[in-house]
Write a protein that binds this ligand. Structure first.
Ligand SMILES: [Zn+2]
Ligand SMILES: [Zn+2]
Ligand SMILES: [Zn+2]
Length: 248
């Protein structure tokens, strides 16, 4: 081995044993271009030039503002910081309201079981979705096992978090009471309960907008169940959604 080869081999070995450089990438996009340090929820994070110079806008309400950053890189305005569901404690309080809605509501999917509901960052909820074999942007997610749990995306309004929780809780109820239904009936009835929750909170327009969702398993199915309700009443819809495997 001549000197030059020795030098190259030594360099190669050295590069294998030396630790990788400390994390040095933008916490939002992973770029390494002109990084600066900023404070994010009391932690020191690196942010790149492009992310720093993004249009100053809140990612939650889309209003122009001087935003702060959330842990997962979303930008949040002062108003949203005061009004959105951002802590597990807030979510737990809301969960109690949701359970009492479900036990009051005549359609009330019977609340004779409990399961944990956890607030999740955007990246966390996306990881869970991919583990569950799905990959889409969601506001909440029901994981049937390992462990059974509902995940709710942080930063939603109180009404939206509650509606998402009702929807996902209905899936947990379905997994116990009528597990072998097709997707259209499952999502249709979960949307039906979500609809009822929104109406109970005085959000009739928001409730109606659920019938216009692009995915027919949600929008169209809900519209069918609301039509059905006119003929057989709420109890009839619940009976149908409990005993049948598919929509008519
Ligand atoms: Zn960046
Ligand atoms: Zn905002
Ligand atoms: Zn669903």
């Amino acid at each position: 081995m001549n000197n030059k080869t020795f030098f190259l081999v030594a360099l190669l070995l050295l590069s294998l044993v030396l630790p990788a450089p400390a994390q040095s990438a933008c916490f939002i996009c992973g770029s390494q271009k002109s990084l600066r340090r900023i404070q994010v929820e009391k932690q020191n994070k690196l942010i790149c030039h492009d992310c720093r110079n993004q249009e100053q806008r809140c990612d939650l309400c889309r209003r122009a503002c001087t935003p702060e950053y959330m842990r997962d890189g979303r930008r949040i305005c002062p108003t949203c910081k005061n009004t959105r569901i951002l802590t597990q404690e807030q979510l737990d309080g809301l969960y109690d309201n949701v359970k009492s809605f479900l036990s009051r509501d005549p359609a009330g999917v019977v609340v004779n079981f409990t399961l944990p509901v956890q607030l999740a960052d955007k990246d966390e909820i996306q990881t869970k979705m991919i583990e569950g074999g799905r990959a889409m942007a969601v506001l909440g997610f029901y994981s049937p096992y390992n462990p059974e749990k509902i995940y709710i995306l942080s930063g939603q309004t109180e009404i939206d978090s509650g509606a998402t929780m009702v929807h996902e809780y209905t899936h947990a109820w379905q997994s116990r009471n009528c597990p072998s239904q097709d997707r259209a009936l499952k999502e249709g009835f979960a949307s039906y309960m979500e609809y009822r929750y929104l109406v109970s909170r005085g959000q009739k327009n928001k409730a109606m907008s659920l019938t216009r969702k692009n995915d027919p398993d949600y929008g169209e199915s809900l519209a069918k169940l609301l039509e059905m309700e006119k003929k057989v009443g709420v109890a009839g819809v619940v009976k149908y959604a409990t005993t049948q495997k598919a929509l008519p």
